[in-house]
Design a protein around this ligand. Structure first.
Ligand SMILES: Cc1ncc(C[n+]2csc(CCOP(=O)(O)OP(=O)(O)O)c2C)c(N)n1
Ligand SMILES: [Mg+2]
Length: 199
């Protein structure tokens, strides 16, 4: 899938949401398409992907057909898209997927499997205690897992660096191969698509 296909998909979801056709929260991405495509070059069909509330791009790039992703969004499940057949799982709880992804990686290691786990998390989620514990456990146990920290410097409407009074976030300049960190600026708000919708 190309960058323009990803953008067109999110724009279509945005239009449907603003027209009050989607009666549940949505969380959209933008301006990170090239990064996402690059990240997915290292994700195989057999690998597991774990996401947060913002997961449309990951579902599409993992190979879930466009119609299936759209129909789950239309059914109000954008916030926690799960497609077990495609080995992709999401949760709307901050930090919720982190221990689950660590457990999946532990299971693969114990079974001697070759699959890997890729866990996406936002910049504020990466500052939580649970993220630090999961990173430490995974690193020390050499688990087959990669954490992708996606930094838009926002936690809903809160500036992450202001909250923690630091110029750089904890994983901004890490050389840890287990962590892939990138910055992006989202043209969409944290949730919704910019138009106040009354159902
Ligand atoms: C346990 C929990 N606390 C609070 C929330 C409300 N909440 C949803 S998203 C979010 C911000 C997370 O920011 P970040 O990790 O940077 O992710 P982003 O949305 O920017 O991708 C918060 C606080 C939640 N979903 N779960
Ligand atoms: Mg953020």
């Amino acid at each position: 899938m190309k960058a323009e296909d990803l953008i067109a998909f999110e724009d279509e979801v945005a239009a449907r949401f603003n027209a009050a056709k989607i009666k549940a929260p949505i969380h959209l991405y933008s301006e990170n398409e090239e990064q996402m495509i690059k990240i997915f070059k290292d994700i195989d069909d057999d690998d597991w992907v774990f996401c947060s509330w913002r997961s449309h791009y990951q579902c599409l790039l993992k190979g879930v057909p466009i119609d299936e992703v759209m129909s789950e969004i239309m059914a109000g499940r954008s916030i926690s898209l799960c497609f077990p057949n495609y080995k992709i799982y999401s949760s709307a709880i901050v930090g919720g997927v982190l221990p689950i992804s660590v457990g999946a990686a532990m299971s693969i290691k114990r079974d001697g499997g070759n699959e890997k786990v890729h866990c996406f998390l936002g910049d504020m989620t990466a500052e939580t205690g649970i993220a630090h514990e999961c990173f430490k456990y995974s690193r020390n146990h050499k688990l087959p897992i990669r954490f992708i920290v996606e930094d838009n410097n926002m936690s809903v409407v809160t500036d992450t660096r202001d909250v923690w009074n630091m110029e750089e976030t904890s994983f901004e300049n890490t050389d840890d191969p287990m962590i892939f960190y990138y910055k992006y600026k989202n043209k969409y708000p944290h949730a919704g698509a910019g138009t106040r919708v009354q159902f």
